[in-house]
Design a protein around this ligand. Structure first.
Ligand code: NDP
Length: 500
């Protein structure tokens, strides 16, 4: 075990969370067993009856108080985040600020998006008034990651709560204190167990999948996502999977190269590269390739990952990730690639220095697998058609970025991904009204936006007869004449296809 692995005690009823910069113990937390998890879900179920019966504005008021408390204690939260993940205090502040914005948006818009509203009933059913409402599912289980331990789970927690559900949250074993902090502040403003945290290792997460929750929202690796889905399948519990990515950034020949270089380096190295929608692949038009490479090389060389105060890049939070990053770099170099910045020597015991790989063959893991470190693999393309084809040639499909002055939208629209930012990186994550999520090995379902609210609800459709039907069809009293009229009506309405 390396110095920064979470450390279950001999009795295995508690475990320590550690500071990945120093290896020091941040705090000790209980390992919730199956019975503890079921008890939390039972409490949540009871609380959900009260919470779900509140009006949208009553819930928004209460969530507003929680939001205000988190905001007042933002520095304290950033401190816990920085201690458990090693990320710079400023990065922690930014992450928490974005999460607060999502909480505000979800509370404010839940009613508008979900409350009962009229929909057209169509000519055949013109005598019916048709309405639909999106109702809370009940209790939502949230399993969160360590890389963005506030922002990412909050994408499920805030939207699930605003939609009227209770939540039981299992934070990553690397960031349990952050989960506890969120639950403790919630309890200060809302005295019912509407939002609870259960801490522990993978088994606690597995217990949550089997605890009878009404939906499970998971963020983490694709491999664990499959396990979560299999466990949930036993009870037909629906799942939302936000898994990994291998996001591409495309640089067109007319791009603002300074902005593109800035976006590429920040997108790849920010948060030490531990970002599901971070930049891992870069495709650059051949006409600007050399100039772009020069710019990112200079920018990446100016960055250093270290434990000194103010360092822009912190440590790798999960020690086992170091081996994966090293393996991807070594594989790229062994297959004929070159490191223009960093390389094998960039991978230390806790810190990884920025690394830029070029001339890497396309079967290398540096192109195909999620690296989750401050690295990027860069290739020259002869056209934007080639850039689009290469971007789409991945089993992952989460986010993407395009830098182009004249064709950004045209290129973006051809990408088979959940999200794209034009002339910026990861900007879509900060817009609360936009859905966030991927397809393929990046998962399915959406957090954020109206789609993110609906994700934690079920649709309840109601029809109400406004007047007697002109055509009585849903009765044994139906006549031959009304059947003939229906036939004629169908021909009129749907009998002609195409443009004629
Ligand atoms: P995992 O997918 O293993 O863990 C994510 C969450 O799932 C954690 O809370 C974890 O708990 C929990 N968990 C683990 N096993 C189970 C299980 N059998 N049933 C239910 N829940 C479980 O991610 P890791 O933290 O191990 O990271 C591994 C890789 O995942 C990284 O290399 C990276 O590629 C990717 N990743 C992607 C993220 C993203 O945002 N898309 C976020 C984090 C990781 P515990 O931590 O206690 O084991």
């Amino acid at each position: 075990m390396t110095i920064t692995e979470p450390n279950p005690t001999a009795a295995a009823s508690t475990f320590d969370s550690l500071n990945p910069r120093t290896g020091e113990v941040v705090a000790t937390h209980p390992i919730a067993g199956e019975a503890d998890v079921r008890a939390a879900v039972a409490r949540a179920r009871e609380a959900s009856a009260w919470w779900g019966a509140l009006s949208y504005s009553e819930r928004a008021d209460r969530l507003g108080s929680w939001k205000a408390l988190i905001t007042q204690r933002l520095d304290e939260l950033a401190g816990v985040m920085s201690a458990e993940t090693g990320k710079p205090h400023g990065d922690a502040l930014l992450e928490a600020a974005l999460a607060i914005d999502h909480l505000a948006w979800a509370s404010k818009h839940a009613g508008k998006v979900l409350k009962r509203h009229k929909v057209p009933s169509g000519l055949v059913m013109a005598n019916q008034k048709a309405t639909v409402e999106f109702r809370p599912l009940g209790v939502i289980g949230v399993i969160g990651p360590w890389n963005y331990p506030v922002f990412t789970p909050m994408g499920s927690i805030a939207y699930a709560l605003a939609a009227g559900n209770a939540v039981v949250f299992k934070p990553s074993e690397y960031t349990p204190g952050i989960g506890q902090w969120l639950a403790a502040t919630f309890a200060e403003v809302i005295d019912q167990p509407v939002f609870q945290v259960v801490t522990g290792l993978g088994e606690t997460g597995a217990a949550l999948c089997r605890s009878g929750v009404d939906k499970l929202a998971f963020t983490g690796s694709t491999a664990t996502g499959k396990k979560v889905m299999a466990a949930c399948a036993e009870s037909l519990t629906p799942v939302l999977i936000e898994a990994g990515g291998k996001d591409a950034l495309i640089v067109d020949e007319d791009a603002d190269l300074d902005a593109a270089a800035d976006g590429a380096v920040w997108g790849a190295c920010g948060n030490a590269g531990q970002t599901c929608a971070g930049v891992e692949r870069v495709y650059v038009h051949e006409r600007v390739y050399d100039e772009f490479l020069e710019k990112i090389t200079a920018k990446a060389k100016a960055l250093e990952a270290s434990d000194t105060a103010g360092s822009p890049i912190g440590p790798i939070t999960m020690p086992s990730q170091i081996d994966i990053i090293r393996r991807h770099i070594d594989d790229a170099l062994a297959k004929g690639g070159r490191a223009v910045v960093g390389g094998s020597g960039a991978v230390g015991e806790r810190f990884v220095q920025p690394t830029i790989l070029v001339d890497v063959p396309k079967e290398s893991s540096a192109w195909t697998e999620e690296t989750f470190g401050p690295t990027m693999t860069v290739a020259k393309v002869n056209s934007m058609d080639e850039a689009v084809a290469l971007t789409n040639d991945s089993r992952y499909a989460l986010g993407s970025a395009v830098f182009s002055k004249s064709r950004g939208m045209k290129i973006a629209e051809r990408l088979r991904v959940g999200m794209t930012s034009i002339n910026g990186v990861i900007t879509f994550a900060g817009v609360p009204s936009l859905p966030f999520g991927g397809i393929g090995d990046s998962g399915f379902g959406r957090i954020h936006g109206p789609e993110g609210l609906k994700e934690f609800t079920y649709a309840h459709a109601i029809t109400k007869q406004r007047m007697k039907p002109l055509l009585a069809l849903t009765t044994f009293e139906r006549t031959e004449k009304s059947e003939q009229t229906l036939g004629k009506m169908m021909k009129m309405l749907h009998g002609r296809g195409g443009k004629k």
